[in-house]
Design a protein around this ligand. Structure first.
Ligand code: IVH
Length: 717
């Protein structure tokens, strides 16, 4: 869930700019409170407001599809609060205002005995293990069944039991030891996605169960966990090791007002018991039933007809693991049919009818051996943690990113510190926190370099150009006087120009061996000299020279991007090229002209001016031009028909037959404008495979969505 991680009355102004804020233009129904309002009228209005708020809460927290802006929601909420303040007798325990702080501070949580014990799950770690689990289940039944299975994400949080009587939440408890847990109802009531009252969202008039107990997992979204840890670090407080710990810490607060401030969420996954509701025969039906009653159920749960389908669904979760905003440590596979589940029963504390397919661990504790400082083309000097090698999920990890010096200070890092390291996907691992309790006293402070490790110039501290507030350490020299900056710039330039043969190591080597002193030299590399280099074969040389030759014809926007001008990214390079059409025009432009281009800021305009006025840069550009590199784009239109003129397209996901750039070009040639984010001004969204939030947004906004086939038809002629 993206935002709303604060109680409503703390929602800030920024909501007005949020993506949600753009969704609906529904005028808010909130009103100023008339002075002479009678209690009767107030009561009517209070009921109406509660009804509206409950509905919008459901749209936002359960369906992830809000109908009103956050600001509008907050206005309704404030109106209700004000009315309740004026007429306190109208406050009821189930008013949405009571979510923020229900009950008072408790000294001990009351105990709850789970009538249906909260059990654990057996684990498997491989497809073979899964097949063995399946085989055991079949053997137990003494018959070869063709089971159906559900495959669910195994959320890494805390399991809770929620009890509803006649549709009203009466108790929420932790798992405890599975038999006895803690009654944490006031805390659970602060979680917005836990319904207080059940009703069929499809307006069915089936009976609401007289007694219903569901189980689910409370978790903290990863983004919220990271934000929380950053805030704790800034205050010098102890960090949480992972989202699970922070969810546990938040849920066990004795003061529900603190829990209310923590952005917890829930997925419901099991029916523990039910009286007086519809007959449910399968787990799949139960999950659908939960959704209909307004519970939040994990996305993309699959119903599988055989183990092969199960394996595919599990693999899907493994592949998506790093893209989710909630931690999963595996998949849960359940035999779908309750009748079979009942017959299978339990072995010890684990059901025979379900198992957890555990994914490889991604965390480990190791020691910080030292820090290496790497200089980049922008002059930033970045710390890399050198670790005592440790195996995480089968890969040996020797280093971790620290992002910036601020992080060293925030984490309070010292050499020799025991660190919790987390590896996600293929990217270089992160340092999560220092395991304070494992410090030995051998730790020594980290000294920040006072001089650039590349050129020896003094270092300075300032915010980085991305606009984030985190300060970085910078070399005070420019790339022409700082070898590593220049090497990294050469590498960057070559990579953007599509010269793949110029990897980082080669770029450094060419510089060190005197073949290149700056970017411009890329276009003067000599075959003979390349071949004279140790271990540089003819094939590599020819391939490299061909790529360099081809790069000369790249459009102007590519050249502008490759120059690495501070504050000029892909989009602004395109805007500059579209506006000026040639490098010469851009070089001749003044700050005001550049800043007047829509979407281009004054800071970027000044940075562009500074770049072109620098004599060293001018010399590089002269070399580039003299080598015959294309520095202008044709102005005249290609003359073809422009059937898509005036239409804005946004692309998302992967197309099978077209690269992203290629598809954009094809649309542009037909007159279309390409947008980077979906809004109500978007005419079409082209959605390829694995399309993400842009697609969801387009669906929410009712924007036309085209698949690859439709796209092909569109650009055929
Ligand atoms: S079903 C009889 N489904 O995993 C066991 N559990 O190791 C019923 N969990 O304590 C549990 N996601 O905290 C189930 N989709 C899911 C789950 C899930 C996470 C947790 C739960 C349980 C633990 C079992």
């Amino acid at each position: 869930m993206p935002k709303k991680d604060k109680p409503e009355d703390e929602q800030s102004q920024q909501d007005e700019n949020s993506s949600v804020a753009k969704i609906a233009e529904t005028p808010t129904n909130s009103q100023p409170i008339p002075v002479d309002l009678t209690e009767d009228q107030a009561n009517q209005r209070v009921l109406d407001l509660r009804h509206q708020l409950e509905y919008h809460n459901y749209r936002y927290y359960i369906l992830d599809d809000p109908e009103v802006t956050d600001a509008e929601y907050d206005a309704l909420f404030r109106e209700l609060k004000a009315l309740e303040a004026k007429f306190p007798e109208l406050i009821t325990p189930d008013s949405p205002t009571q979510r923020v702080s229900v009950g008072g501070v408790v000294s001990e949580f009351p105990k709850v005995v789970h009538e249906v014990p909260m059990l654990s799950l057996s684990n498997v770690f491989s497809p073979e293990g899964l097949a063995e689990w399946n085989e055991r289940a079949m053997k137990y039944l003494d018959k070869r069944y063709q089971f159906e299975y559900t495959v669910e994400p195994k959320i890494d949080g805390l399991s809770v039991a929620l009890l509803y009587e006649n549709g009203v939440l009466v108790r929420g408890a932790t798992r405890g030891d599975g038999i006895t847990g803690d009654d944490i109802t006031p805390n659970l009531k602060t979680i917005k996605s836990i319904p207080w009252n059940l009703k069929y969202r499809d307006n069915s008039n089936e009976p609401i169960p007289t007694r219903l107990e569901v189980r689910g997992e409370v978790y903290m979204p990863i983004s919220a966990f990271e934000k929380l840890n950053k805030e704790l670090a800034d205050k010098g407080e102890k960090l949480f090791a992972n989202p699970r710990n922070s969810a546990a810490g938040s849920l066990r607060q004795k003061d529900p007002a603190i829990t209310a401030k923590r952005p917890l969420n829930v997925f419901i996954y099991t029916l523990a018991r039910m009286e007086g509701g519809p007959v449910l025969k399968t787990q799949w039906e139960a999950l659908k039933f939960f959704e209909r009653l307004g519970f939040r159920v994990a996305p993309d749960i699959k119903l599988c007809k055989d183990l092969h389908e199960v394996a595919t669904a599990v693999q899907n979760w493994i592949d998506r693991r790093d893209k989710l905003d909630f931690e999963i440590d595996g998949s849960v596979i359940k035999i779908n049919e309750f009748a079979i589940e009942d017959r299978l029963g339990f072995v010890g504390r684990d059901p025979r009818w379900a198992t957890a397919y555990k994914f490889p661990a991604r965390e480990a504790v190791t020691r910080l051996v030292g820090i290496t400082w790497t200089v980049r083309r922008t002059g930033s000097i970045n710390p890399l943690a050198i670790l005592e090698p440790v195996s995480i999920g089968g890969t040996t990890v020797k280093s971790a990113t620290l992002f910036n010096i601020d992080m060293i200070e925030r984490l309070g890092l010292r050499i020799n510190d025991p660190l919790l390291i987390k590896r996600a996907g293929d990217v270089i691992p992160n340092v999560v926190k220092v395991m304070d309790e494992r410090r030995t006293g051998e730790e020594t402070p980290i000294e920040l370099p006072t001089h650039c490790p590349s050129c020896g110039a003094p270092t300075t501290r300032r915010p980085d150009e991305s606009g984030s507030n985190d300060p970085k350490l910078y070399c005070t020299n420019n790339p022409f006087n700082c070898p590593v900056q220049m090497k990294d710039w050469i590498f960057f330039f070559s990579a953007v120009r599509g010269v793949d043969g110029m990897g980082e190591r080669i770029a450094h080597r060419f510089f060190d061996e005197g073949l290149m002193r700056d970017l411009g030299d890329l276009y003067y590399l000599d075959r003979e000299k390349l071949l004279a280099l140790d271990r540089f074969g003819e094939k590599s040389a020819d391939k490299l020279l061909k790529q360099i030759e081809d790069s000369k014809q790249k459009p102007l926007s590519n050249l502008l991007m490759a120059l690495g001008i501070p504050h000029v990214g892909v989009k602004s390079a395109e805007m500059l090229a579209n506006h000026f059409h040639s490098l010469a025009n851009l070089e001749a432009a003044d700050v005001d002209t550049i800043a007047s281009i829509k979407g281009m800021g004054r800071v970027a305009a000044q940075s562009i001016m500074d770049f072109f006025q620098n004599a060293d840069n001018q010399a590089v550009l002269a070399k580039i031009k003299a080598a015959g590199v294309r520095t202008e784009d044709p102005i005249e239109e290609d003359g073809g028909p422009k059937p898509l003129a005036g239409k804005t397209f946004v692309l998302t996901g992967n197309l099978v037959n077209y690269g992203r750039k290629q598809a954009e070009e094809m649309l542009k040639r037909r007159g279309a404008t390409i947008g980077s984010s979906v809004s109500k001004n978007t005419d079409y969204v082209i959605a390829g495979a694995e399309a993400g939030s842009k697609l969801t947004k387009a669906q929410n906004l009712g924007v036309n969505i085209l698949d690859e086939e439709a796209f092909t038809r569109l650009v055929q002629d």
